[in-house]
Each structure stands twice: as C-alpha cells, then as structure tokens.
Design a protein around this ligand. Structure first.
Ligand SMILES: Nc1ncnc2c1ncn2[C@@H]1O[C@H](COP(=O)(O)OP(=O)(O)OP(=O)(O)O)[C@@H](O)[C@H]1O
Length: 450
C-alpha cells in the first residue's frame, strides 16, 4: 500500500483528505507544519508527499526543494489556492511532480496521485540497474528538456545561452509571457559550473511587498507577528547555485533597494537577525515589460537595472519563429502522450495549417496547453480540428486578441462553427462555446440561425 505524507496546516481539511485517501487504499501520515513534516520524513519512508504551498513555518516551495535535495526519488505534489497557480507552475520547474489547486474534486486528487506514483515507478525501473547514479538527472521523460528549435531566432538564442552560461554574469531575459524565459534561465544554470547546486525560481509578482524581505533573506522566529519559527530565504536556499527572479519589474521600489544591497554586498541579513550571511549566487532575471522605459519613468532603479543586466537575452515570441512551431508542437505532443498515457501519433494536415495561421498570443505555453488538451480529447491516431478550442475558428483578426465571444460579428461565426463541429447538437455546441443552452437558443434567434 503506497504511503503518503500530507502536509497541511488547515487541520479539518487535512483530516478530511486523510480519511479520503485511507478509504482509497493509501497509508497516510499527516503533518501540520514544515517542522513536523521534516521529522516525519526523517523517521518514516514515504512514496509520495502532498504539501500545501503556504505553511505556517515555511514556504511549501522551499520545503519541497529541501525534500527533493534529500530524497529526489519521492514525488512531491503541491496543493495551492487558485491565485497561487503561477507559483505552483514554477514549483514544477523546481522539481515538483505536479500541483493541484484548491478547491479540488476527489477524482482529481486521485488522478494526480496515481500519475505521480506511476511516473516515479517508471523512473525507478529505468534507473534500477544504475542505482548508484541516482543523483544524476532523469533522462527517461521529456520533463524539463530544452528544445532547441531550428529558426534563425532560435539559433541566435542558443548561441547567446552557450556564450553566457559558463560565465558568472548576471543575465536579464526579455520576452513575452510564455516564450520560455524560465526554461532559458534553467538551461543557463544547467550549463554552468553551478549546475550541481540549487536553481531557485521566484515569481517576484507573487510576493507581497511586506513579505519580500523575509522571502528573500529569511527571518528569525518571533521577528514579526506570524514568524513562528526560523525560515530560510530564497537567497540562502540558492547559495552556491542560481537565483532566478521572474517578473523583476514587479518589485516595489523599497524591495528593489533591498535586492540591490544584497547583490552589491553578496551578504544577507535575515529579518530579525544581526548576523550577516555570505551568499554566493548567480542572478538571472526575467521581464516581459520594457525595463528601460520603467527606469525612464522612475519605476525601476537604474543602478539595479545595470547590475542585473550584465548580459541580456531576447526570448523570441512564437510568431517570430515560424519554423519552430511544429518542432515544439511535436515535442509537446510527446510530452502529453507521456503524461496522459496516450499514444497519439501526430497532427492532421488541417490542424497543421490552422496552427500555422494562428497568432499564438500565449506563445509556447498556449501551444503546450492546446496540444495537451487536444491529446486528451483525441481518440484516434491524429489530432483533428474538432478537438481544437474555438479560438482557432474565429477570424484571424480576432484570434490572438481576447478570443472574445461578446463581439457580435465574431459571435455569429463562432456559433455556426460550433454547430457544424457538433453536428448541430445544441448542448454540445453550447458547451464548446462555454455558454448555457438557453443563451445559445437566444443567440440562434437573434442571428436567425436555423
Ligand atoms: N525551449 C523549450 N523547450 C521545451 N519547452 C519549452 C521551451 N521553451 C518553453 N517551453 C515550455 O513552454 C512553457 C512556457 O515556458 P516558461 O514558463 O519558461 O515561459 P516564461 O516566458 O517564463 O513565462 P512567464 O513570463 O509567463 O513566466 C513551459 O511549459 C516550458 O516548459
């Protein structure tokens, strides 16, 4: 019977989850804080850990990094609130097996757990003959693989990554959301001399201004209300390795000053402590806004800008790397097949052409999500157009903007497409359009559609 550790400070929710998992044939231990979890992990062995993202005495991501360093073989699943999803996505890149956002339904929990256990079992089987090499990164899955691409923009990107990786220069990665800035940062880390130490990714946009100092530099127990035990900050967690600060432009002015000081002095002082700690980290930052403009407007400190921008790398938008589109689509299909246990072979010519004519405002992230969803829905060997979301069938002018259903020109066309794709099944068409059946009937009347 697989054994699960549930780390969750909401006691009643924790108990409910415990009961549910036991009923579904799992052995369960619970911990209400990070310190309880640490001692449980020391004393017992677990097949899987399910942890809340926000714990009273630690951040779930820092705790997860600790667990992954000591026990890389145990899959860790993060439980997040809806608004934490961005952070959770980042956590996956730091080694979490998966995340699940609350409130979740029971089937979803079971599915995520079964998948994570299955993946770790497959990895173990692959690694079995070379057990002594356990700390070596897994190669059996496509997880975290950096796909190189074949376009001119990709070649330039690769050249820059290769040039800057072995140095200790601070790198600023600039590009639209979803273009792969984080994976570029990770690739730089993996090709650097720091690769055997931690890569810690932090979403600066997700940290409240008042908590930033404690998140970055840690705190001592009792240093402020709510600091119920000592906490290690991101700088210390990344010591010897790389600290990746995403959405750096979102830091408040005060936090920018604190960050600048730490970067200049390479020393940090946890909140409430008098002792300085030396830190040896490489800084990589990312932004999807024009920081030079922010400097001009007085929103971003010029001295900090120069410090983080010893070298800048442009992460190209998907629309500027046409030749890469299907390279990535194939890679995401392979990844989706692995994650979903499917065996879809490829894309129909119609889908390839639809993909090539779409503007991909959400870049590689949107492509990945679209392929994963389509893979799940596909029953045959190839992904066909009927499993693509409605955005792809709206006029190109609309597609890539909001995909807004409320624009009436677009609306009529979208309804007709939806009806065609569902062989006139009104319930299915309404589902596809994400409106109620009643609204659909009203709209059919409004546009005189039979
Ligand atoms: N070169 C690549 N190889 C493989 N996967 C990639 C590559 N580039 C991007 N991806 C995938 O695309 C998705 C988006 O990438 P990522 O999160 O790095 O983008 P981002 O620019 O950091 O986004 P944001 O600005 O919103 O944080 C991720 O799932 C990532 O794994």
């Amino acid at each position: 019977m697989p054994k699960i550790l549930v780390i969750e400070d909401d006691i009643s929710f924790c108990k409910l989850l415990e009961k549910f998992l036991i009923k579904n044939q799992y052995e369960v231990s619970v911990a209400f804080s990070a310190s309880e979890a640490r001692s449980a992990i020391k004393n017992e062995s677990f097949d899987l850990i399910l942890t809340d993202l926000r714990l009273p005495d630690s951040d779930g991501i820092v705790l997860m990094s600790e667990i992954k360093n000591a026990h890389p073989e145990i899959p860790v699943i993060l439980m997040t609130g809806y608004s934490d999803v961005n952070t959770a996505v980042k956590a996956i890149k730091n080694g979490a097996a998966d995340y699940i956002s609350k409130p979740f339904n029971p089937d979803e929990v079971l599915l995520v757990i079964t998948n994570a256990l299955k993946t770790s079992q497959i990895e173990e089987e692959h690694e079995a003959p070379v057990k002594q090499k356990k700390s070596v990164k897994k190669t059996a899955s496509t997880e975290n693989e950096f796909v190189k691409g074949i376009s001119v923009a990709s070649k330039k990107l690769l050249d820059h990554i290769q040039l800057v990786s072995p140095t200790d220069m601070s790198v600023l990665i600039i590009g639209e959301s979803g273009t792969g800035k984080e994976i570029i940062a990770k690739s730089i880390h993996q090709q650097s001399q720091r690769k055997n130490n931690n890569f810690i990714a932090v979403d600066c946009g997700a940290i409240p201004k008042e908590l930033a100092a404690s998140e970055f530099f840690g705190h001592l127990k009792g240093s402020f209300t709510g600091a119920i035990s000592d906490k290690m900050g991101y700088f210390e967690a990344a010591n010897g390795g790389t600290l990746f600060l995403d959405e750096i432009g979102n830091l408040s002015y005060e936090n920018q000053i604190q960050l600048l000081r730490a970067l200049q002095e390479r020393k940090i002082k946890p909140v409430g402590s008098n002792k300085e700690i030396n830190v040896d980290i490489r800084i990589i930052t990312a932004t999807n806004e024009d920081l030079r403009e922010a400097v001009k407007n007085g929103d971003f400190r010029e001295d900090l800008y120069h410090r983080i921008n010893e070298f800048s790398i442009l992460s190209p938008s998907l629309k500027d790397r046409d030749e890469d589109l299907m390279v990535f689509a194939d890679y995401f299909l392979e990844k989706a097949n692995q994650q979903l246990n499917k065996d879809v072979i490829g894309f129909s010519p119609e889908v390839v052409s639809i993909f090539q004519n779409y503007s991909w405002p959400g870049n590689l992230r949107e492509l990945q999500n679209c392929v994963k969803r389509a893979t799940l829905l596909t029953q045959g060997d190839f992904i066909e157009s009927d499993v693509l979301p409605i955005e792809f069938f709206q006029s190109q002018k609309q597609a890539g903007f909001s995909g807004s259903f409320s624009l009436s020109d677009n609306e009529k066309e979208a309804i007709i497409q939806a009806l065609n794709r569902t062989q006139n099944n009104k319930s299915e068409a309404a589902k596809l359009l994400k409106i109620t059946r009643k609204t659909l009937y009203n709209k059919l009347k409004q546009y005189n559609i039979d």
